[in-house]
Write a protein that binds this ligand. Structure first.
Ligand SMILES: Nc1ncnc2c1ncn2[C@@H]1O[C@H](COP(=O)(O)OP(=O)(O)OP(=O)(O)O)[C@@H](O)[C@H]1O
Length: 282
């Protein structure tokens, strides 16, 4: 992505609009097989505005995926509320699309059938759905692979299929859980830049879960640090005022990036150490 490329993107109006996503005093508990209560998240307050790109980092097992599952509506909170556009979320979040670490694509369907599926399920006719799918397949760099099956593609290409599958339905909310972590370093940087390019042209709100603090800073408008569990809370909420458009490989050398990394890592490192100590005690 050239840094001279011009674009206009939606700038979140933080104070005026109702947040797209709001977690209000959210606690999440699971019952262990022993019958004991395991509190994963405790009293989480989080707002995500329209068009914001927010990453969540934290030690392993602290509750990052659980947070995403609450926003997707896969799990209800034990206490507190998840609101979407100011309305309590009930059941699956219809405004959200998810890209997980594992494959999204159906192995028995071709690329074009996988990518067009979301539109077909929404009742669009095959011709229109295919036409839009072809555009998205091209946008994610898979032109010529329309009739391939997932097993005929590389891991990076399958990830592109997953992105196109989600983006074709133009979700207001894009939820990404370790979406690029299985990719090699070069493919990952390409995919991160592609994601930014596409997101910059939309007003989607993105919640991105990652173990990689550099990835979180390079992509985001805000980075949220969760404490070590059990009962994880928000330890830090860091605005990332780095210029856009960004090239994720180049932005890492920006002195401001390095300052932010040092600052956030100071917070995160303490939680990683606590989590490590907890794991060694059990
Ligand atoms: N459906 C469930 N039932 C019981 N416990 C669960 C369930 N889902 C998650 N947990 C527990 O909640 C805790 C947090 O898990 P979660 O996957 O949200 O953490 P994470 O921060 O995403 O982890 P990682 O960084 O390792 O991916 C873990 O102890 C996990 O075992």
């Amino acid at each position: 992505m050239s840094s001279s490329r011009e674009f206009v993107r939606y700038e979140p109006a933080r104070t005026v609009q109702t947040p797209v996503i709001e977690l209000i005093g959210v606690t999440k508990e699971f019952v262990k097989p022993t019958g004991e209560i395991h509190t994963v998240l405790s009293n989480i307050h989080l707002k995500v505005e329209k068009g914001e790109f927010v990453s969540i980092v934290g030690p392993t097992g602290c509750g990052k995926s659980t947070t995403l599952n609450l926003i997707a509506g896969f799990e209800p909170p034990s206490e507190g509320k998840v609101q979407i556009h100011g309305e309590p979320l009930q059941g699956i979040n219809p405004r959200a699309a998810c890209v997980f670490q594992t494959e999204n694509a159906f192995p028995w369907k071709t690329v074009i059938d996988n990518v067009s599926l979301g539109l077909r399920l929404r009742g669009e006719n095959k011709g229109d759905a295919y036409e839009k799918a072809r555009t998205w397949i091209q946008r994610v760099g898979l032109k010529g692979f329309e009739n391939h099956y997932p097993h005929q593609l590389s891991g990076g290409m399958r990830k592109r299929v997953a992105l196109a599958q989600c983006l074709i339905v133009q979700p207001e909310i894009l939820l990404m859980d370790e979406s690029f972590s299985a990719l090699d370093v070069h493919t990952r940087a390409l995919m991160e830049n592609e994601l930014l390019t596409i997101w910059e042209e939309t007003s989607s709100s993105v919640v991105f879960i990652t173990h990689d603090l550099e990835e979180a800073i390079a992509l985001s408008d805000r980075v949220i640090v969760l404490t070590a569990g059990p009962g994880a809370t928000i330890k830090g909420d860091y605005p990332i005022h780095l210029p856009r458009p960004r090239n994720v490989s180049e932005i890492r050398f920006d002195p401001e990036f390095m300052k932010l990394h040092e600052q956030i890592w100071n917070d995160l490192r303490d939680e990683v150490m606590i989590s490590y100590a907890n794991a060694n005690r059990t």
